[in-house]
Write a protein that binds this ligand. Sequence first.
Ligand code: FAD
Ligand code: SF4
Length: 811
Amino acid sequence: MAGARAVEEILARGGAEQFSITMFGDEPYGNYNRIMLSHVLSGEESDADIFLNPLSWYQDNGITLHAGVRADRIDRFAKHVFSSDGRVTPYDTLIIATGSRSHLPPLDGLHTPGGSVKQGVFGFRTIDDTRKMAAHAQQEHHRYAVVIGGGLLGLEAAAGLRSFGLGVDVVHSGGHLMSAQMGPDGGAVLRRSVEALGIGVLTGCRTTAVLGRDRVTGVSLRGRPDIACDMVVVAAGIRPNVDLAVLSGLPVERAIVVDDSLRVQDEDDIYAVGECVQHRGEVYGLVAPLWEQAVVLANHVTGTDTGAAYLGSRTATKLKVAGVEVASMGLHGPELETDEHIVFSEPSRGVFKSIVVRDNKMVGATLLGDSRKVAYLTQAFDRGLPLPEERLGLMFDLGTPGEETGVAELDGEAQVCNCNGVSKKDLVGAVKSGCTSVSGAMDATRAGKGCGSCKLLVRQVVEWAADGAVEEDPAAGYYVPGIPLDKQALMAEVRARGLRSVSAVFQALAPGGAEDAKSKMGLASLLKMMLGGRYIDERDARFINDRVHANIQRDGTFSVVPQMKGGVTSVQQLRRIADVAEKHNVPLIKLTGGQRIDLLGIRKEDLPQVWADLDMPSGYAYGKSFRTVKTCVGKDFCRYGTGDSTKLGIEIESRFQGLEAPAKLKLAVSGCPRNCAESLVKDVGVVAVEGGRWEIYVGGAAGAHIRKGDLLATVDDPEEVKVLTGRFMQYYREQANWLERTYAFVPRVGIEHLRAVIVQDAEGIAGRLDEAVQASVDSYVDPWQERDDPRTPGQFRTSLPLTVLPQVPVR
Ligand SMILES: Cc1cc2nc3c(=O)[nH]c(=O)nc-3n(C[C@H](O)[C@H](O)[C@H](O)COP(=O)(O)OP(=O)(O)OC[C@H]3O[C@@H](n4cnc5c(N)ncnc54)[C@H](O)[C@@H]3O)c2cc1C
Ligand code: SF4
């Protein structure tokens, strides 16, 4: 479905002139509406009625269709596709849209000894599956079917088979039906409706084997009697079709990894779209996200809008399952103590409604049997529309807001830009701080910089807030955009007013006291630097990495890097890391560039346990803070070494661990000018030189920017290295712009100035800088201790689990 839709979008952008298009599909048809297969099974539709594009469409648009031909391999270098008919087809641009297939779990007896699927066992994915199921069900002597899986597909299959007069049991391992889409109460009401169709339901029940020698005769269940049956439909989930991509050397994790333009990671001319795609860690199993992907892909492939970006989808599902209307979005039930949960249940009519409200915003809804309010609720969910005070109005028509809610009435909290989470209040705040042009407000808030679908609304809000006026944005010199002060003035105000939290700063110093999401992280860092232990921590002011003390990865899992001071480890530490990696099935163990061991692929909810099992402090591989000191082996072992670099590196790391900074700080100590620890390209790099002396370099970098550090001082004593390193870092913390790395800061203020202030104490502030950094050192607490005491109930839970994702595969 996604492949043909992408081609439609490409044609709509004049693609027929740009490309000669060839399509391969291993099903022997053109494209059809897979969603309608349940209706074909139940006999409501014939399979001829579900084709989306007739064969003439391919001809009319000059598309060569190879139906029933499988693409076997791609030669990415020669740019050829090898297909099952022996053909070799060249391409300039390639789109992979191989979708998913039914997942057959490892059950005894599913296959014959010859390896083929046993007669009477079916998946439910294609026209052919559907036809075969219908034919099998209609055989005279076939009376009973078992469906494995009580999700959307399983229930659809069960209802279809029931319509052939078969007795049907659904066996579901979850505690209630459609457990991915709803909570147990909704599941109980759905169960009644399904049972009313004459379908048996067994929940919390696992199938262990399919019985019968050559053909199905029944199923075995764990802890319950066997069920005799003539056919088994396996609807236990889907798996992306990634064989083609894997064979062709493309990056595959849970599915084919693509970027925001739907381009396959690290490929120039290969795109992928649909269920075979993993985008920002998410794999989607419903069509709405695929349509959004197809639009972005077409914009890039045709060059119509090369800035287009797909940033993921929030899925609100509206379905008719086994004749029952089901709508589901966001949370199934309350998560926080403060969540409001409004529930209406009328099981005798098969009606169930559940709505979860957080901070006056709708964050989840389940509707069963009556989805009349679904349009309004979907909008409220997507756009954060104001909710009626009388919550019952969310469920029933009591004159509550319709779809057309004007800008003026829109609640301040209403989310205008979903992609970047910008509310009306944020935009109004930006306008009040001077961004009275639409683009200025967009720059300040990032509203409209995602999929772009909200741009009209952003314009309306800005125009309304600015009352038509348009001005140049004066915020360029502010430390953070939401507060009209430069860093020094801001720090002076914070000190003078005794402000200790981000919200207090907004209240006192932001125009109209307006909070600005974009300013929060910078302010939090500044306050923590200034106040150490007296800082009042507000978690919403942190980056996700800082909230959970781990580095979020492309696929939404986290990487855990325990502290390994100076890159030195021990047998005990290695053994513990190995044990933890084994216990938690860590998919990837990787040595970092900073001489530590990285455990990659940890789920958010597993972080506290992983830290507990490691029982080692955090290595700060995630923070805008002091991170690591790389060292060489130094004089004890190396025949060139003149200084004990390992010892000094460990001492520096012990002293400054976790120190908050405007950007990350990476350090190194080398035992001689051969510089094996690459000290010249570090934020602070130390090199032992002849005569037991040490050189200190600052402002080096070897990342996206490359810069050799400037020599700050040469000193006689390792203790002096520690003093000057701390003093430099404190000065940088106080003077640098938010997110300004030392490689930009040092040349900006000048090495002579830094030498004068830090080494010669020309401004008489050296003592104060030393004291300030000491105060921060004294207030250090290992953040991984939060494992025993989460700061918020949801700190280590995935937020809004809209789709249940399979695990990252173990490499
Ligand atoms: C019975 C049923 C009911 C559903 N109901 C709903 C619903 O109500 N709402 C909803 O949103 N979604 C529903 N879905 C899911 C929806 O159908 C899918 O999300 C959608 O079809 C995915 O589109 P796709 O293009 O990624 O994959 P597909 O539609 O599966 O297309 C991929 C095609 O690529 C082919 N292919 C694979 N490998 C190769 C190869 N190497 N060479 C050539 N061809 C290859 C496959 O055979 C397939 O024809 C339902 C699915 C089923 C099966
Ligand atoms: S930097 Fe010098 S002391 Fe350190 S490992 Fe290299 S050669 Fe040896």
